[in-house]
Design a binder for this molecule. Structure first.
Ligand SMILES: *Cc1c(COP(=O)(O)O)cnc(C)c1O
Length: 241
């Protein structure tokens, strides 16, 4: 059992963090000609104890993201999930697709044609359509998952023809970089792709969500066109693995 005074102070911290983040999101939204409501805030809950996640949910968070299938399924029964959307944001292995399809509202981390097809296959089995985002490795980093730009354009038409998935937009994790101008180039690059694909009006591709921006760079991401920011440590504090 955790001490009540400890829990109370953690709750206060999380609420305070959310207030500060919401204010910054609003400022960046206005600066980019939009409103606070145009930007969705996801609380990224990997490694966070359900007790603390619930503090954020009780305070109005209506979207959470988890990286791992097992962790998400394990925590789910303990969370206050009424009216809350759940997204998978971590790399999904083909052999886990069957466990996660139907358990989340969106899979943001579709990073290959193969996994897109597997999600579709599992969705068909369950008689549902799964909303997905395509993840682009915008910095072309070896260590990161996601389609390279080339792969993305090569596979685009084939992906758009897969039934039982709805492609709602794009997701990206840019390279770590302390140079703001360079970071903006990555964000603007992907925003350009987002706008181009949207204009093509392909089957199954509505392109309404651009998921980019984390604790360290969400304001810039919003200024560059993001409409969904995924924030973990700025809400819950540093992750303890
Ligand atoms: C962990 C994670 C985040 C949140 O990172 P923070 O820096 O803690 O905000 C966002 N997106 C993905 C894909 C993640 O894995």
């Amino acid at each position: 059992m955790m001490e009540k005074s400890f829990l109370d102070s953690r709750r206060k911290d999380i609420e305070h963090n959310l207030d500060a983040i919401n204010e910054k999101i609003e400022k960046a939204a206005l600066k980019s000609g939009r409103k606070r409501e145009d930007i969705r805030l996801m609380a990224v809950t990997k490694t966070v104890d359900p007790v603390f996640i619930n503090f954020a949910l009780d305070y109005g968070i209506d979207l959470i993201g988890e990286n791992r299938v097992q962790e998400l399924l394990r925590k789910k029964p303990d969370l206050h999930l009424d009216g809350v959307e759940k997204h998978l944001i971590g790399h999904l292995q083909t052999n886990k697709a069957g466990q996660i399809v139907g358990e989340v509202d969106m899979i943001e981390s579709v990073d290959s044609l193969k996994i897109a097809k597997e999600i579709a296959k599992q969705s068909l089995k369950k008689g549902i359509t799964t909303d997905v985002l395509l993840e682009i490795n915008i910095g072309e980093e070896e260590s990161k998952t996601g389609f390279s730009k080339t792969e993305f354009f090569e596979n685009l038409h084939e992906i758009s023809e897969i039934g039982a998935i709805n492609i709602k937009g794009l997701m990206t994790v840019p390279p770590i970089c302390d140079n703001e101008a360079e970071l903006c180039k990555f964000f603007e690059n992907i925003y350009g792709i987002f706008v181009d694909i949207k204009a093509k009006k392909l089957d199954n591709m509505t392109m309404s969500i651009l998921s980019m921006g984390m604790s360290g760079d969400y304001e810039q991401a919003i200024l560059c066109g993001s409409n969904l920011v995924r924030i973990g440590s700025s809400i819950f504090g540093p992750r303890i693995y």
